[in-house]
Design a protein around this ligand. Structure first.
Ligand code: FBP
Length: 335
């Protein structure tokens, strides 16, 4: 596939269509609409400092978090950019309790979109990187409208996934199952341009990302693993550096490019883990594995989990393959 840095995402999708027949028409159109939603949200995020966007709406999200204007704006932008497209049969969002049906006056398509419209809610009003996360599945059910069965699919059934990070620049990073590529938004052109072709995650990193403020709630295996990372040992590149932004997308993105491990394990406060399986864990697990990394609960591959609920949580241990494997040994009591 003839790709070169600087080519537009549209052009890249056309090239991918040529090489990978599965990526035809509907799927490519869907990716383009997701990128459009990202551009719209990006322009609003860049203005987030302005008073109005900080206004609290007084509404509480399913997570019991005071929904902020930007959170709702992102939710509405994803839905309005995609519900009329004819590519989707159903959607699911981390920000709303139930499935999002395609309005009856719009055609249904053969794809399912599960998304987190704005990840990193605790950082929205302090100008720290936040992001959107998306997961694409194929429709399984037979009727026109999609069903819960279409949303509750294992991560291994994803046909595409990615995230958009709103930071010093806005980037979209995604995979359709043929490697991971990153595109940076050129605000002047309003185009995502290929800036990070064929991203590979280093096999072992030097960075660990975990909220150490939760240490008192951690399981013994997690405590011992983090202590292990802090010991000095040249051969294994320890001690590792601690980096924790508190926005999953931003922490994951850094570790994807530099190597490292992000952990939101299960603990006494979150016995199932904190992060959402369908909207956060599965799509990033897809990207991690496509880039040569790994994604685990500590005991099993995240993408092998059979979902049973829309807002299901899971422990998330994700990043460089060797680092995830070492954590699994600690939490399984093998070291
Ligand atoms: P939201 O989807 O509500 O933003 O929650 C997810 C998240 O903000 C992740 O982005 C981040 O990694 C984690 O929660 C931070 O949690 P904590 O503040 O407990 O460390």
């Amino acid at each position: 596939m003839a790709v070169r840095t600087g080519m537009t995402m549209e052009r890249f999708i056309i090239e991918e269509q040529r090489t990978h027949p599965a990526a035809r028409g509907e799927f490519s159109g869907l990716l383009t609409q997701i990128a459009l939603a990202g551009k719209i949200i990006s322009s609003e995020v860049n203005k987030a400092g302005l008073a109005e966007a900080l206004g609290l709406t007084g509404r509480t999200s399913p997570q019991g978090v005071q929904a902020q204007g930007l959170d709702e704006f992102a939710q509405k932008t994803f839905v309005s950019s995609l519900d009329h497209s004819g590519y989707l049969c159903i959607m699911g969002s981390e920000s709303v309790e139930n499935m999002i049906e395609i309005p009856p006056d719009f055609p249904c398509g053969s794809y399912v979109l599960m998304f987190d419209p704005l990840d990193g809610s605790s950082n929205i009003d302090v100008n720290v990187n936040i992001g959107s996360i998306f997961s694409i599945l194929k429709k399984k059910s037979h009727g026109e409208q999609g069903t819960l069965e279409d949303c509750l699919q294992k991560g291994t059934f994803q046909v595409g996934a990615g995230y958009i990070v709103y930071g010093s620049s806005t980037m979209i990073v995604y995979s359709t199952g043929y490697g991971v590529n990153g595109f940076t938004l050129d605000p002047g052109l309003g185009e995502f341009l290929l800036s990070h072709p064929n991203i590979r995650m280093p096999g072992r990193g030097k960075i660990y990302s975990i909220n150490e403020g939760n240490r008192v709630y951690w399981q013994e295996g997690t405590r011992r693993y983090i202590e292990y990372l802090k010991e000095a040992d040249k051969d294994t590149g320890r001690p590792y550096s601690a980096r924790y932004i508190g926005s999953l997308v931003a922490d994951f993105h850094r570790n994807l490019l530099k190597g490292g491990i992000f952990l939101y394990p299960k603990d006494k406060k979150f016995p199932q883990g904190k992060l959402r399986l369908l909207y956060e864990a599965n799509p990033l697990a897809f990207i991690s594995e496509q880039a040569g990394g790994a994604a685990s609960t500590g005991f099993e591959r995240i993408m092998e989990i059979t979902p049973t609920e829309l807002q299901q949580r899971t422990p998330v241990i994700i990043g460089s393959k060797e680092d995830v494997a070492v954590y699994e040994e600690f939490i399984q009591g093998k070291r």
